[in-house]
Design a protein. Structure first.
Lengths: 391, 913
């Protein structure tokens, strides 16, 4: 601001800021004495016809491992006289015994009885709104920070105008082609004396498919909009240099039309886990959800039982569809080469510890090896082509 | 005894005539026609004109022409006539007369023709050792034949700096054991024996002054006294000399803006509000946190008044800077205990801020240049000695602070703010004066490049002070104030919007004061305030490209009215009581709609059984509440008193916030049929002691406060644009108690204060429904429960130019809600929070040092300069402000943030003319 006071003598203006102010954030270790072991119920049933999955686990300390809730009795009952029992296939993962999809208009109730005999109930709830995931697109974009990349955006629409709360998640799958495709492997022929032997490769390690799940909460609403239409909602941003874009990329976007309860549950999850600014912090607290204890004991439970309409779309694209500089992202890792003969102790050690793999023959003799990830793509993904994959 | 002394030529007749000439000219004429020579000071004779024809003796002529002025004459031998002021010259001098005992004022004058030794003045010093710098005044004309040996001295005492009368000034005549005190008009009256007396004049903020008065008869004598320079330069929270002990009310503090200038504060900013937080019982949630917590009350429970109009957000930039121009503020009175019945509408405190009146004689200005803000104020006389205009402006260049904050989220952020203040005061006559004030402040900040937040305060107030007579005065205030904020979102997708919120209130208040006598006074009045709140509207930023539907939540209207009366009675010399009541009424007015909930059910969408619609101005709900206030003081001895008080307060407007600290986008909501008014009862008891006059003031005060219907929210409540906010609100109880200790040294080279508070603040939200409980319905510590709070403010004056100030603060860390574990949900890991506020962040302590350098005091220098070099957080203590948890790539990480974690030096230059 300039001072504009000119009354006889001027005001002398001197500013001497000596040092800068630095705000700071640093790691903080939370206390553990108040830890409470609470049952967590993640029960999302969708319209998709499949073996529906319900996950039961326990809250755990920060440095501890996830603890599954074993041997519970899980069941969903619909008011159309349907009953679906769930069986634990993996620890804490319960799948319906029959394949089914939720039917709009039917009221569903959840019941969970733990091994200890605690009983919890959710519902009855039903699907009340539906909206189509009309289109997903990959668009070349630049972020506010100036980073170039590709945004995956979604358009959703409910012509009846009733759908309000939209949630998205995605499953991305991309192709990994190893940097070299040798037809041979090096194996340890003898430990003492150290000796390596070149043998033909027994499996395909050149082309793999890696699948990654979204791990952020993507919510939007048409609450303040003139119609129930979501446009250009960004589901994912992939920087231009990300290895996902090196070969061929595919993304499956799921759109869930959910209840107000589910929306606020997910909002709380999101808001309590992300700070807006250092100056204003949302008051956090216990997230109640919509599952309650069925006994007198009022045992605390953290859970959401939701029946959602699901609408999905998949697209495929490649780096060259958007960028024309012919410089796709680098391979996932650096791939230096190590050379040595069949009795070279250094090479022997790398092969024995399975950190490196045969890449080719040396010049004029011996072998060339590279880190295992450069040769064997199964380090990063599966060498089985997914059913949906289109080249 | 005949007091007339005449020379030997008295019988000789003189013939002459005067026609409208001055006495001096008349004396010259006598000298022309006779042999008489006169010795006198020209100025004694004044400009009075005399006329007359004489054929009489010299003494008749002189008595006639000198009779109108206070001058006597004495005939010496050889036709010499000495004129004397006031005194009648005696033929025989008293023994005490010493010929060199000259009157100081006369001594240095051009004394015509007369040897000093011959001056016959009988001003006898009662105390010959008193310093000769005491100015001497003469009062009254001695009449021949005067019988009375005592006389009455009257007059008015004015402040030489402001020209205002000085009330409550003590005039002490030690030798006679007599004293008088000036009234509110600065007038005094004292009866004294004839002769010479030393008057000692004592008042707070006024230089102690002694004047010698020679009294000949009844008369009047006005003084103009200087303000105490020593006091001005010190860090003092001002109180009247015996206010600490003698005032009936307790729990009030006064902060003088000028006197707070030496306290080292962040970035060299002078800030009366921040000084207030160094006093016991007043705190903030943390560094960089807006709002105040007074005696365990929430931050929306403070009534902050600027020239009688409410300021909703008196702080800029998340509370780091005050939004009040420090040069435009004259004083801040904080009531944290039982506040006077004229104030209401908030539970915990009143911050009564008054702006300065501009000088009515000369143009004055003051400015400061600091590393972040610059301030300027200019005072302009409009009609000399009657009216003046004050203009103040202030701006900040804070962007560089945000950029240097080590917070990646803030990289694209911007912040700027400014405020303006103007006031006009006009003294119409001695019984009427008016003052108009206008204020505007604005903050702009953007945390990300696609959103811009703007918040503004604006207010106007108009006050008319009227005196019906000496004992009855009134003040009529009309004011309007508004707080609003906008959020502009301009992202890449099709949902660009502009969101706005506004609260506007208009108030009229009439207060009448009546002083019956020195033992009994009372005041009463009425106030009425109309609220208009626009709780939120949203519209598309660009109508063509945005599918945001324009929507607005219905305007809320309310009328808050009160009748108040309060009386102050000295029952005995020792026991004084102030009692009052405020009868408040609140009407929630239509147009609007109210949800009706099923009894015995938790409040949610499902339990709404009806929605009632109300017409414009239809009464939705009416509340009527009596608010008794009483306080009493008992003097155990003149320097020790015990005080107690009780007060009840109601609040009809509530700040809605689901943040842990105050945010500028918190909204305010008035009570209606679903949100009850908040109420509080507070009891206080304290001991107050002065030592060595008021050099040391000590106080120890305890309080207990219970509040009801305080507002909070269900976890994760959405507040903005929520048409049914009542579904998210919880109302509960609060309880706080504490002991506050303050010792203050007001005088001397080393001055300052030490305040310590032990207090607790708890809240409770209980219900039969688990979703309407917090922490199982038990009492838990509030966000600002900080049991130990210690402040030490000192100022040491090395010389007239240099002084060193320090400010040390220690506080228990505030309670925060932290996760007690993790859980997995939908492929991600999240944190689970258990009980609210079960953990405390580390204790807070900070030391600030400031060196103040006054410019030199050369008289001819046009302007006065003042440098403040300060270091904030000298110890470099990393005081965590908040702890928070982020989920990154499915992993939970705890972080703690601090605002200033290194010593922050700054230099501010102040300039005054």
């Amino acid at each position: 601001m300039t001072l504009n006071l000119r009354i006889e003598n001027n005001i002398l203006t001197i500013v001497v800021p000596l040092l800068y102010i630095l705000g700071c954030t640093e790691p903080f270790t939370a206390p553990t004495e108040d830890f409470e072991n609470i049952l967590v119920i993640d029960a999302l049933i969708t319209t998709e016809d499949k073996f529906q999955e319900i996950n039961l686990s326990r809250t755990f300390l920060f440095d501890a491992e996830l603890e599954a809730e074993r041997e519970a009795v899980v069941q969903i009952v619909g008011n159309d006289n349907s009953t679906y029992s769930f069986t634990e296939r993996e620890p804490g993962q319960y799948f319906s015994d029959t394949s089914f999809g939720a039917v709009p208009g039917v009221l569903y109730s959840l019941s969970v009885i733990t091994q200890q005999g605690d009983s919890f109930i959710g519902g009855p709830i039903s699907i009340e709104q539906e909206a189509e995931l009309e289109e997903i697109r990959a668009v070349r974009t630049t972020t506010e920070e100036g980073e170039e990349g590709i945004a995956i955006v979604a358009d959703g629409f409910d012509p009846t105008g009733e759908a309000i709360f939209y949630r998205y998640d995605y499953v991305e799958t991309f192709k990994i082609v190893s940097v070299a495709n040798p037809q041979f492997d090096l194996i340890v022929a003898s430990e003492n004396p150290p000796l390596l032997e070149k043998v033909p490769k027994t499996r395909q390690e050149n082309i793999c498919y890696r699948t990654q799940f979204s791990n952020s909460i993507l919510l939007t609403t048409s609450e303040n909009l003139t119609e129930s239409r979501i446009e250009n909602f960004q589901v994912r941003f992939i920087p231009k240099t990300a290895f996902e874009l090196r070969t061929r990329y595919s993304i499956l976007v799921n759109q869930y039309i959910q209840s107000r309860t589910a929306q606020s549950f997910y909002e709380d999850l999101r808001d309590f886990s992300n700070v807006l600014t250092v100056f204003a912090q949302t008051q956090p607290g216990f997230i109640i959800g919509n599952i309650v204890s069925d006994n007198e004991s009022d045992t605390r439970v953290l859970g959401l039982f939701e029946v959602s309409q699901l609408s999905s779309k998949r697209i495929f694209f490649e780096y060259d569809d958007f960028f024309f500089d012919n410089s796709p992202p680098r391979f996932i890792r650096d791939c230096p080469v190590v050379q040595g003969g069949s009795r070279d102790p250094v090479l022997f050690d790398l092969i024995k510890r399975k950190t490196h793999k045969y890449r080719g023959d040396g010049d004029p003799s011996g072998f060339v090896a590279s880190p295992i990830g450069c040769i064997d793509c199964t380090v990063y993904g599966s060498n089985v082509k997914p059913d949906f994959w289109e080249d | 005894m005949v007091n007339v002394a005449l020379g030997q030529n008295e019988g000789k007749r003189i013939s002459l005539s005067f026609d409208d000439i001055t006495i001096s000219e008349a004396l010259s004429k006598i000298e022309e026609v006779t042999d008489y020579e006169f010795y006198y000071l020209e100025e004694w004779l004044g400009t009075n004109l005399v006329s007359g024809e004489y054929d009489s003796t010299i003494d008749v002529i002189l008595e006639d022409i000198l009779g109108k002025i206070e001058v006597n004459f004495y005939m010496l031998e050889a036709n010499k006539v000495v004129l004397t002021k006031n005194s009648i010259v005696y033929d025989s001098l008293p023994e005490v007369f010493q010929k060199n005992n000259l009157n100081d004022t006369v001594k240095n004058q051009d004394f015509r023709l007369l040897d000093e030794a011959d001056i016959p003045i009988l001003a006898i010093r009662s105390d010959s050792n008193s310093p000769t710098t005491i100015e001497t005044f003469r009062v009254g004309k001695r009449n021949r034949g005067q019988r009375s040996r005592t006389a009455t001295l009257k007059g008015i005492i004015l402040n030489g700096t402001t020209g205002d009368p000085i009330p409550d000034l003590q005039i002490v005549v030690r030798n006679e054991n007599r004293a008088a005190i000036t009234n509110t008009d600065g007038a005094y009256e004292i009866r004294l024996p004839l002769g010479t007396h030393i008057l000692e004049m004592i008042a707070l903020g006024i230089e102690n002054t002694k004047k010698r008065v020679v009294i000949y008869n009844d008369g009047s004598l006005d003084f103009t006294l200087n303000e105490s320079l020593e006091l001005l330069d010190e860090v003092i929270v001002e109180a009247d000399a015996d206010k600490n002990v003698a005032n009936t009310t307790s729990g009030s503090e006064r902060i003088d803006a000028e006197e707070s200038k030496n306290i080292p504060l962040v970035l060299g900013e002078r800030d009366v509000l921040r000084v207030a937080t160094s006093l016991p019982g007043i705190s903030t949630a943390g560094e960089g946190s807006a709002g105040f917590n007074v005696r365990g009350g929430k931050s929306d429970q403070n009534l902050i008044l600027l020239d009688d109009a409410v300021v909703y957000n008196p702080q800029h930039f998340f509370g780091i800077f005050s939004a009040l121009n420090p040069f435009a503020i004259s004083s801040l009175n904080v009531y944290k205990g039982s506040f006077p019945s004229e104030y209401g509408g908030r539970l915990s405190s009143v911050f009564d801020i008054k702006t300065k009146n501009a000088d009515v004689e000369t143009i004055k200005g003051e400015a400061s240049i600091g590393p972040v803000t610059s301030n300027a104020v200019i005072e302009l006389p409009v009609i000399k000695d009657k009216s003046s205009l004050l203009l103040g402006g202030r701006g900040a260049y804070a962007n560089w602070i945000l950029r240097s904050l080590d917070e990646p989220d803030l990289e694209n952020s911007e912040a700027s703010f400014y405020d303006f203040l103007a006031n006009y005061n006009h003294k119409i006559n001695s019984n009427n004066s008016i003052k108009a004030t206008g204020y505007y402040s604005r903050d702009d900040f953007s945390i990300t490049s696609d959103s811009l937040f703007v918040y503004k305060n604006q207010l106007v107030s108009l006050k008319w002070d009227h005196a019906f007579n000496e004992k009855t005065t009134s003040s009529l205030v009309a004011s309007n104030s508004q707080y609003d904020f906008d959020i502009e979102f301009d992202g890449d997708s099709n949902d660009d919007f502009l969101f706005g919120y506004k609260v506007n209130e208009s108030e009229v208040k009439l207060k009448i004061n009546h002083i019956k006598d020195s033992k009994f006074s009372y005041n009463y009045g009425i106030a009425s305030k109309l609220y208009n709140i626009d709780p939120g509207d949203i519209e598309p930023l660009d109508e063509n490209n945005s599918i945001v539907e324009p929507r607005s939540i219905n305007r809320e209207r309310g009328l808050e009215s009160a009748f108040f009366v309060s009386a102050n009675l000295d029952i005995t010399d020792k026991l004084s009581v102030e009692a009052g009541v405020r009868l408040s009424n609140f009407l929630a007015l239509g147009q609007g709609s109210q949800a009706v909930f099923e009894e015995g059910q938790p409040r949610n969408q499902g339990s709404i059984i009806d929605t009632l619609d109300f017409e414009r101005n239809e009464v939705i709900e009416s509340f009527f509440n009596p608010e008794p206030r009483i306080s009493a003081r008992y003097l155990l001895n003149p320097s020790l008193s015990i005080k107690g008080g009780y007060g009840r307060t109601y609040q009809y407007i509530h700040r809605l916030s689901n943040n842990t600290t105050v945010s500028p986008i918190d909204t305010w909501k008035i009570s209606d049929s679903n949100i009850k008014p908040q109420s509080a009862d507070q009891f206080t008891l304290g001991l107050f002691k002065n030592i060595d006059g008021n050099t040391f003031e000590l106080s120890l005060e305890g309080f207990y406060k219970r509040s009801d219907n305080i507002l909070d929210f269900k976890t994760g409540a959405q507040i903005l644009l929520n048409e049914n906010i009542v579904l998210e609100t919880l109302q509960g109880e609060g309880e706080s108690y504490g002991v506050e200790f303050l010792i203050r040294k007001n005088k001397g080279k080393l001055n300052g204060w030490l305040g310590y508070t032990y207090s607790r603040s708890f809240i409770k939200f209980d219900s039969e429904f688990p979703e309407e409980q917090i922490n199982n319905g038990d009492f838990f510590p509030s966000n600002f429960d900080k049991p130990h709070d210690l402040s030490l403010v000192t100022n040491y004056k090395f010389s007239k130019r240099f002084s060193l100030s320090t400010n040390f603060t220690y506080q228990t860390g505030r309670p925060v809600t932290v996760p007690v574990g993790s859980f997995s949900f939908d492929n991600s890991e999240f944190v689970v929070f258990s009980d609210r506020n079960s953990f405390r962040i580390p204790d807070f302590y900070r030391l600030d040092i400031g060196l103040n350098i006054e410019g030199n005091h050369k008289i001819k220098k046009f302007a006065h300069s003042f440098w403040t070099i300060s270091i904030y957080n000298v110890l470099g203590r990393n005081n965590p402000f908040s702890v928070f948890f982020v989920t990154e790539n499915g992993e939970v990480q705890g972080q703690q943030a601090s605002i200033f974690n290194i010593p922050v030096p700054s230099i501010t230059y102040n300039f005054k003319f």
